[in-house]
Design a binder for this molecule. Sequence first.
Ligand code: ATP
Length: 242
Amino acid sequence: MNAPMLRIEDLHGGYGTVDVLQGVSLEVAKGSVVALIGPNGAGKTTAMRLISGLLRPTRGAIVLDGEHVEGRDASRIARLGLAHAPEGRKIFGPLSTEDNLLLGAYSRLPRFFGYRRRAARDLEEAYERFPRLKERRRQQAGTLSGGEQQMLAIARALMARPKVLLLDEPSMGLAPVIIQEVYAAIRRLKAEGTTLLLVEQFAVTALEVADYAYVLERGRVAVAGTREDLGRNERVVEAYLG
Ligand code: ATP
Protein backbone atom coordinates (compact mmCIF):
# COMPACT_ATOMS: atom_id res chain seq x y z
CA MET A 1 0.00 0.00 0.00
CA ASN A 2 1.05 3.60 -0.58
CA ALA A 3 2.46 5.54 2.34
CA PRO A 4 -0.43 7.50 3.86
CA MET A 5 -0.77 11.17 2.98
CA LEU A 6 -1.68 11.87 6.60
CA ARG A 7 -0.79 9.73 9.56
CA ILE A 8 -1.64 10.42 13.20
CA GLU A 9 0.00 8.34 15.88
CA ASP A 10 -0.99 8.28 19.55
CA LEU A 11 -2.20 11.87 19.48
CA HIS A 12 -2.97 13.53 22.80
CA GLY A 13 -4.08 17.10 23.35
CA GLY A 14 -6.84 19.51 24.20
CA TYR A 15 -7.39 22.68 26.14
CA GLY A 16 -5.44 23.64 29.26
CA THR A 17 -4.56 20.75 31.49
CA VAL A 18 -7.16 18.30 30.21
CA ASP A 19 -6.35 16.18 27.19
CA VAL A 20 -9.55 15.76 25.20
CA LEU A 21 -7.76 13.45 22.79
CA GLN A 22 -6.24 10.50 24.59
CA GLY A 23 -4.13 8.59 22.13
CA VAL A 24 -5.71 8.71 18.70
CA SER A 25 -4.09 6.99 15.74
CA LEU A 26 -5.42 7.16 12.21
CA GLU A 27 -4.34 7.16 8.59
CA VAL A 28 -5.60 8.81 5.43
CA ALA A 29 -4.29 7.21 2.24
CA LYS A 30 -3.60 9.42 -0.75
CA GLY A 31 -6.79 10.03 -2.73
CA SER A 32 -9.06 8.51 -0.10
CA VAL A 33 -11.90 9.92 1.93
CA VAL A 34 -11.79 9.10 5.63
CA ALA A 35 -14.59 9.98 8.02
CA LEU A 36 -14.26 10.71 11.70
CA ILE A 37 -17.61 10.19 13.36
CA GLY A 38 -18.82 10.01 16.95
CA PRO A 39 -21.09 11.69 19.47
CA ASN A 40 -21.10 15.28 20.64
CA GLY A 41 -18.04 16.12 22.65
CA ALA A 42 -16.07 13.04 21.58
CA GLY A 43 -13.19 15.24 20.43
CA LYS A 44 -13.65 15.32 16.65
CA THR A 45 -13.20 19.07 16.31
CA THR A 46 -10.35 19.01 18.78
CA ALA A 47 -8.63 16.39 16.60
CA MET A 48 -9.00 18.67 13.54
CA ARG A 49 -7.54 21.61 15.47
CA LEU A 50 -4.59 19.54 16.66
CA ILE A 51 -3.87 18.29 13.15
CA SER A 52 -3.97 21.74 11.59
CA GLY A 53 -1.81 23.26 14.31
CA LEU A 54 -4.45 25.47 15.91
CA LEU A 55 -3.85 23.50 19.09
CA ARG A 56 -0.54 22.01 20.15
CA PRO A 57 -0.48 18.29 20.90
CA THR A 58 0.87 17.23 24.28
CA ARG A 59 2.02 13.93 22.82
CA GLY A 60 2.03 11.98 19.57
CA ALA A 61 2.98 12.34 15.94
CA ILE A 62 1.32 14.01 12.96
CA VAL A 63 2.96 13.10 9.65
CA LEU A 64 1.89 14.95 6.52
CA ASP A 65 3.18 13.45 3.27
CA GLY A 66 6.15 11.95 5.11
CA GLU A 67 7.01 15.04 7.15
CA HIS A 68 6.50 15.39 10.90
CA VAL A 69 4.43 18.51 11.58
CA GLU A 70 3.43 18.08 15.23
CA GLY A 71 4.25 21.21 17.20
CA ARG A 72 4.56 23.38 14.08
CA ASP A 73 2.61 26.61 13.63
CA ALA A 74 -0.68 26.42 11.78
CA SER A 75 0.66 28.71 9.03
CA ARG A 76 3.62 26.41 8.43
CA ILE A 77 1.39 23.33 8.34
CA ALA A 78 -0.86 25.11 5.84
CA ARG A 79 2.14 25.83 3.60
CA LEU A 80 3.14 22.18 3.82
CA GLY A 81 -0.18 21.24 2.25
CA LEU A 82 -2.92 20.97 4.83
CA ALA A 83 -6.11 23.01 4.48
CA HIS A 84 -8.86 23.15 7.08
CA ALA A 85 -12.48 24.13 6.47
CA PRO A 86 -13.36 24.53 10.13
CA GLU A 87 -16.51 23.87 12.08
CA GLY A 88 -18.80 26.89 11.78
CA ARG A 89 -17.07 27.84 8.45
CA LYS A 90 -15.16 30.80 9.99
CA ILE A 91 -15.42 32.92 6.90
CA PHE A 92 -14.57 36.61 7.13
CA GLY A 93 -18.04 38.17 7.28
CA PRO A 94 -17.20 41.79 6.40
CA LEU A 95 -15.17 40.79 3.33
CA SER A 96 -16.60 39.90 -0.06
CA THR A 97 -16.94 36.31 -1.22
CA GLU A 98 -14.08 36.85 -3.65
CA ASP A 99 -11.75 38.35 -1.05
CA ASN A 100 -12.43 35.35 1.19
CA LEU A 101 -11.41 33.08 -1.68
CA LEU A 102 -8.26 35.07 -2.34
CA LEU A 103 -7.26 34.76 1.31
CA GLY A 104 -7.37 31.00 0.85
CA ALA A 105 -4.60 31.24 -1.74
CA TYR A 106 -2.46 33.52 0.37
CA SER A 107 -0.33 30.82 1.99
CA ARG A 108 0.70 29.54 -1.45
CA LEU A 109 0.73 32.32 -4.01
CA PRO A 110 3.03 35.03 -2.62
CA ARG A 111 5.83 32.55 -3.07
CA PHE A 112 5.52 32.66 -6.83
CA PHE A 113 5.84 35.31 -9.48
CA GLY A 114 2.66 36.16 -11.36
CA TYR A 115 0.44 35.26 -8.45
CA ARG A 116 -2.38 37.56 -9.50
CA ARG A 117 -2.70 35.74 -12.79
CA ARG A 118 -2.48 32.39 -11.01
CA ALA A 119 -5.11 33.47 -8.49
CA ALA A 120 -7.40 34.43 -11.37
CA ARG A 121 -7.19 30.87 -12.65
CA ASP A 122 -7.89 29.46 -9.19
CA LEU A 123 -10.88 31.78 -8.83
CA GLU A 124 -12.27 30.60 -12.14
CA GLU A 125 -11.94 27.00 -10.94
CA ALA A 126 -13.71 27.84 -7.68
CA TYR A 127 -16.54 29.55 -9.59
CA GLU A 128 -16.85 26.66 -11.99
CA ARG A 129 -17.16 24.31 -9.02
CA PHE A 130 -19.59 26.56 -7.15
CA PRO A 131 -21.44 28.79 -9.66
CA ARG A 132 -23.45 30.28 -6.79
CA LEU A 133 -20.28 31.84 -5.43
CA LYS A 134 -19.64 33.53 -8.75
CA GLU A 135 -23.08 35.13 -8.70
CA ARG A 136 -22.28 36.37 -5.22
CA ARG A 137 -18.64 37.26 -5.70
CA ARG A 138 -19.08 40.89 -4.59
CA GLN A 139 -21.51 40.13 -1.75
CA GLN A 140 -20.38 40.47 1.86
CA ALA A 141 -19.67 36.90 2.92
CA GLY A 142 -21.45 37.35 6.25
CA THR A 143 -24.72 37.82 4.39
CA LEU A 144 -24.47 34.55 2.41
CA SER A 145 -26.83 31.72 3.32
CA GLY A 146 -25.52 28.88 5.47
CA GLY A 147 -25.11 26.60 2.46
CA GLU A 148 -23.32 29.29 0.47
CA GLN A 149 -21.01 29.95 3.41
CA GLN A 150 -20.18 26.24 3.59
CA MET A 151 -19.41 26.18 -0.13
CA LEU A 152 -17.24 29.26 0.38
CA ALA A 153 -15.38 27.57 3.25
CA ILE A 154 -14.65 24.54 1.05
CA ALA A 155 -13.72 26.65 -1.98
CA ARG A 156 -11.44 28.85 0.15
CA ALA A 157 -9.64 25.79 1.53
CA LEU A 158 -9.19 24.45 -2.03
CA MET A 159 -7.56 27.72 -3.12
CA ALA A 160 -4.49 26.54 -1.21
CA ARG A 161 -4.34 23.44 -3.47
CA PRO A 162 -3.87 21.26 -0.39
CA LYS A 163 -2.47 17.76 -0.23
CA VAL A 164 -5.02 17.01 2.49
CA LEU A 165 -8.31 18.76 3.09
CA LEU A 166 -9.96 18.68 6.53
CA LEU A 167 -13.71 19.29 6.50
CA ASP A 168 -15.29 19.76 9.92
CA GLU A 169 -19.04 19.13 9.95
CA PRO A 170 -19.88 20.51 6.53
CA SER A 171 -23.55 19.63 7.07
CA MET A 172 -23.88 21.55 10.33
CA GLY A 173 -27.02 23.67 10.51
CA LEU A 174 -28.03 23.09 6.89
CA ALA A 175 -31.36 21.95 5.47
CA PRO A 176 -31.36 18.40 4.02
CA VAL A 177 -31.55 19.60 0.42
CA ILE A 178 -28.55 21.89 0.96
CA ILE A 179 -26.63 19.06 2.67
CA GLN A 180 -27.17 17.04 -0.52
CA GLU A 181 -25.67 19.89 -2.54
CA VAL A 182 -22.63 20.15 -0.29
CA TYR A 183 -22.15 16.38 -0.45
CA ALA A 184 -22.41 16.44 -4.23
CA ALA A 185 -19.42 18.78 -4.15
CA ILE A 186 -17.62 16.43 -1.75
CA ARG A 187 -18.29 13.45 -4.03
CA ARG A 188 -16.85 15.39 -6.94
CA LEU A 189 -13.71 16.17 -4.91
CA LYS A 190 -13.41 12.47 -4.16
CA ALA A 191 -13.79 11.59 -7.84
CA GLU A 192 -11.00 14.05 -8.61
CA GLY A 193 -8.71 12.24 -6.19
CA THR A 194 -8.71 14.76 -3.35
CA THR A 195 -7.44 13.38 -0.05
CA LEU A 196 -10.09 14.17 2.55
CA LEU A 197 -10.56 13.83 6.27
CA LEU A 198 -14.19 14.50 7.04
CA VAL A 199 -15.76 15.05 10.45
CA GLU A 200 -19.48 14.45 10.72
CA GLN A 201 -22.08 13.94 13.35
CA PHE A 202 -24.45 12.56 10.71
CA ALA A 203 -22.61 9.29 10.28
CA VAL A 204 -24.89 7.96 7.57
CA THR A 205 -24.18 10.90 5.28
CA ALA A 206 -20.45 10.72 5.86
CA LEU A 207 -20.30 6.96 5.32
CA GLU A 208 -21.98 7.29 1.93
CA VAL A 209 -18.83 8.95 0.65
CA ALA A 210 -16.07 7.64 2.96
CA ASP A 211 -13.73 4.78 2.07
CA TYR A 212 -12.90 4.23 5.70
CA ALA A 213 -14.16 5.56 9.02
CA TYR A 214 -13.04 5.95 12.60
CA VAL A 215 -15.54 6.19 15.43
CA LEU A 216 -14.28 8.49 18.16
CA GLU A 217 -15.66 8.13 21.67
CA ARG A 218 -14.36 10.05 24.66
CA GLY A 219 -11.13 10.97 22.96
CA ARG A 220 -10.27 7.49 21.72
CA VAL A 221 -10.91 5.48 18.59
CA ALA A 222 -13.59 2.97 19.63
CA VAL A 223 -14.02 1.24 16.26
CA ALA A 224 -12.62 1.66 12.77
CA GLY A 225 -13.33 0.09 9.42
CA THR A 226 -14.89 0.37 6.01
CA ARG A 227 -18.56 1.24 5.63
CA GLU A 228 -19.25 -2.48 5.26
CA ASP A 229 -17.31 -3.31 8.45
CA LEU A 230 -19.20 -0.69 10.42
CA GLY A 231 -22.49 -1.82 8.93
CA ARG A 232 -21.87 -5.27 10.40
CA ASN A 233 -21.06 -3.91 13.86
CA GLU A 234 -24.29 -4.05 15.85
CA ARG A 235 -23.26 -1.50 18.43
CA VAL A 236 -22.15 1.00 15.78
CA VAL A 237 -25.33 0.49 13.79
CA GLU A 238 -27.48 1.02 16.86
CA ALA A 239 -25.58 4.09 18.09
CA TYR A 240 -24.80 5.87 14.83
CA LEU A 241 -26.47 4.33 11.82
CA GLY A 242 -29.88 3.27 13.17
P1 ATP B 1 -19.26 18.38 18.51
O1 ATP B 1 -19.78 17.59 17.40
O2 ATP B 1 -20.29 18.65 19.57
O3 ATP B 1 -18.50 19.60 18.09
P2 ATP B 1 -16.73 17.08 18.97
O4 ATP B 1 -16.56 15.62 18.93
O5 ATP B 1 -16.24 17.88 17.83
O6 ATP B 1 -18.24 17.39 19.24
P3 ATP B 1 -15.03 18.74 20.54
O7 ATP B 1 -15.58 20.03 20.03
O8 ATP B 1 -13.71 18.30 20.05
O9 ATP B 1 -16.07 17.58 20.31
O10 ATP B 1 -15.04 18.84 22.11
C1 ATP B 1 -14.44 17.85 22.93
C2 ATP B 1 -14.42 18.34 24.38
O11 ATP B 1 -13.57 19.50 24.47
C3 ATP B 1 -15.77 18.76 24.92
O12 ATP B 1 -15.86 18.28 26.24
C4 ATP B 1 -15.71 20.26 24.90
O13 ATP B 1 -16.49 20.81 25.94
C5 ATP B 1 -14.25 20.56 25.11
N1 ATP B 1 -13.86 21.82 24.44
C6 ATP B 1 -14.10 22.15 23.15
N2 ATP B 1 -13.60 23.38 22.87
C7 ATP B 1 -13.04 23.85 24.02
C8 ATP B 1 -12.35 25.04 24.38
N3 ATP B 1 -12.13 26.02 23.49
N4 ATP B 1 -11.92 25.16 25.65
C9 ATP B 1 -12.13 24.17 26.54
N5 ATP B 1 -12.76 23.01 26.27
C10 ATP B 1 -13.21 22.84 25.02
